[in-house]
Design a protein around this ligand. Structure first.
Ligand SMILES: Cc1cc2nc3c(=O)[nH]c(=O)nc-3n(C[C@H](O)[C@H](O)[C@H](O)COP(=O)(O)OP(=O)(O)OC[C@H]3O[C@@H](n4cnc5c(N)ncnc54)[C@H](O)[C@@H]3O)c2cc1C
Length: 287
């Protein structure tokens, strides 16, 4: 079941990352649960990832297994105004499903390239809309058991959730999530989605990245602070701070982990020197 010719770089959006003990790409939920159970029973270390759009793995060897949910067949269902999605469902697929039924809640989030599991774990949000806003409950895999828990049982915040505290041994894994939405006009829902996409196209670069490198502070945008240090366009090896949006670092040309690490460290140092602000990483770095 381990994929021998798949690298960590190939399952992350920034296309950087070395090797690990083995990568699993299950195709069904049953297969996923079987892998989780086996690894947990054998007390082996593993990390479950979604679409790999918020991750920067180092180029080294990582002594744990990686399970990517990206290929698991999607399961989507609806009852009244509630929808349930398997963790592999992308935010865009969730939006499309909801729009069909005139349910509002995913039209802004759909512009984020993650899936339901990854979005909840990383506390995804954009344009004043958070994945937690309409979340009702979650089905999780924990200590070899499958449980449904209320949203109140998880800690959550801006680009953060208690799932990010997961360790490599017996982590708590999101299998599916239920959201309570509100009815709205499908045309209005679609318009909001298209407006958000236009805003992104205008302000954010295309290209291989992990989204924003740093979190905004309570009062200032990280991009504004980085731009204020004159760092736009700065490159190191194959990585470059975007000219379009200073908080994006792009893999322009076969960048190495150390190229990204250099730019991230330099940015943090310059912003602290110039503005006295300590930026916090938005990307999850796995060394
Ligand atoms: C172009 C671009 C734009 C972006 N814009 C935004 C934005 O506007 N707002 C925003 O919030 N983010 C943004 N991001 C970052 C990223 O897309 C989000 O954080 C997204 O929600 C991550 O989802 P993922 O499926 O890729 O998760 P991954 O990156 O694969 O994983 C993220 C974390 O979740 C954990 N995880 C994944 N699946 C599970 C699971 N089933 N159970 C338990 N833990 C799990 C992983 O172990 C990891 O710790 C952007 C990224 C890109 C590339």
């Amino acid at each position: 079941m381990i994929e021998n010719d798949v690298s960590l770089a190939s399952i992350t959006s920034v296309k950087v990352g070395g090797s690990c003990l083995g990568i699993f790409l299950p195709k069904t939920n049953e297969e996923f649960i079987e892998i989780l159970t086996k690894l947990s029973k054998q007390k082996l270390p593993y990390k479950v990832i979604g679409n790999g759009t918020n991750l920067l793995f180092s180029d080294d060897f990582h002594p744990f297994f990686v399970i990517s949910t990206r290929k698991i067949a999607r399961k989507m269902s609806k009852k009244d105004n509630s929808v349930k999605f398997s963790s592999s469902t992308t935010l865009f697929e969730a939006y499309q499903f909801c729009m069909k039924y005139g349910l509002s809640g995913f039209e802004k989030l759909a512009s984020i390239p993650g899936n339901i599991g990854g979005a909840i774990a990383s506390g995804a949000s954009c344009y004043s809309c958070s994945i937690f806003d309409n979340l009702e409950n979650l089905t999780i895999f924990q200590d070899e058991k499958i449980l449904t828990i209320n949203k109140k049982k998880i800690e959550s915040g801006y680009h953060w959730s208690s799932f990010l505290k997961n360790r490599l041994y017996s982590p708590t894994i999101i299998l599916s999530a239920k959201f309570k939405l509100v009815k709205d006009d499908p045309c209005k829902i679609q318009k909001t989605y298209l407006d958000v996409c236009s805003k992104r196209r205008l302000n954010q670069p295309l290209g291989r990245s992990f989204g924003c490198a740093f979190k905004n502070t309570a009062t200032q945008s990280a991009g504004f602070l980085i731009d204020g240090c004159g760092l736009k366009g700065l490159s190191c090896g194959g990585a470059k701070i975007s000219e379009k949006h200073a908080n994006f670092i792009i893999n322009e040309n076969n960048a190495k982990f150390e190229d990204f690490e250099y730019l991230i460290n330099l940015t943090r140092k310059k912003v602290e020197e110039n503005f006295g602000v300590q930026l916090e990483n938005d990307v999850e770095i796995i060394k």
